[in-house]
Design a protein around this ligand. Structure first.
Ligand code: NAD
Length: 259
């Protein structure tokens, strides 16, 4: 049986991070070549080296317009075209109540998580539209659906991620391009640890407590997000467009009344 992404080319931002890298690993295993984009040069080069010849590292700040234009162009220069784009880089930001939230921090989180996502769409979609083929997955969050106390900037950006997804999906579908988003729940990554450090006395206790918000009673693993992203970027998802895919162990599906 041929591999799902054999001969395909992929672009992944936040690729040095947990979800981004887990997804790159899956895409490469399924036959793709991947351009990995991240602001963290050291982490990116190390991670790209783990994937061998199938991966190319490109350092860029996704919130910067020139840098975004740069990674989109670099992918075309190297691959000729991009079949799948995982628009995933993000930061958690400081946690504080909205009425005390540092204004510069709000700007910073929106700049990376929302403007960065827009810029990715702005500069990667044109060639897909020209070619009449492509798939995009944006990383939203369960914070796109609920208010997470202390995370006004993150939540606002992630609600915006759904708006960007739906808008772009409605614009490019008839040009052969699909745009969807994933909504990870509590996934065990450095970003989650950064949040838990601000919320709980111990990261382990926080992990256990938040794991209980899921019907599956545990936190998720980056690979469990990557598998869904790989599907959404594949032709098997050919009738999926403008959708929000919850990858949260059932957290949004229910109010736990047994914990
Ligand atoms: N971990 C979770 O529980 C969770 C839940 C919902 C959504 N998410 C989302 O998943 C995505 C990936 O996060 P993760 O959990 O893998 O965290 P992570 O911290 O492991 O990865 C994020 C990556 O993004 C990179 N990055 C940050 N700012 C950047 C910038 N300006 N330009 C380029 N790269 C930049 C970081 O260097 C890092 O490698 C994020 O959008 C995050 O909001 C995570």
């Amino acid at each position: 049986m041929s591999k799902r992404h054999e001969g395909r080319t992929m672009l992944v931002t936040g690729a040095a991070g947990a979800i981004g890298f887990a997804t790159c690993e899956i895409l490469v295993r399924e036959g793709a070549r991947v351009m990995m984009v991240d602001i963290d040069r050291e982490g990116l080069e190390k991670r790209a080296a783990e994937l061998g010849d199938a991966a190319i590292a490109h350092v860029a700040d996704v919130s910067d317009e020139e840098a975004t234009r740069g990674y989109a162009k670099a992918a075309l220069d190297v691959f000729g075209h991009v079949d799948g784009f995982f628009n995933n880089a993000g930061i958690e930001g400081t946690l504080a109540p909205t009425h005390e939230y540092p204004v510069d921090e709000f700007d910073k989180v929106l700049r990376v998580n929302l403007r960065g996502m827009f810029l990715g769409l702005r500069y990667v979609l044109p060639d897909m539209v020209r070619r009449g083929r492509g798939a995009v997955v944006n990383t939203a969050s369960i914070g796109s659906e609920r208010g997470l106390a202390g995370a006004c900037a993150y939540n606002a950006a992630k609600h915006g991620a759904v708006g960007l997804t739906r808008t772009a999906a409605s614009e490019v579908a008839q040009k052969g391009v699909r745009v969807n988003c994933v909504m990870p729940g509590v996934i065990e990554t450095p970003l989650l640890v950064g949040m838990l450090e601000q919320m709980f006395d111990s990261v382990e206790a926080g992990m256990e407590k938040l794991g209980q918000t899921a019907t599956l009673n545990r936190v998720g693993q980056p690979r469990e997000v990557g598998d869904v992203v790989s599907f959404l970027l594949s032709d098997e998802a050919s009738y999926v467009n403008g959708a929000k895919w919850e990858i949260d162990g059932g957290a949004l599906a229910t109010i736990r009344n047994d914990v």
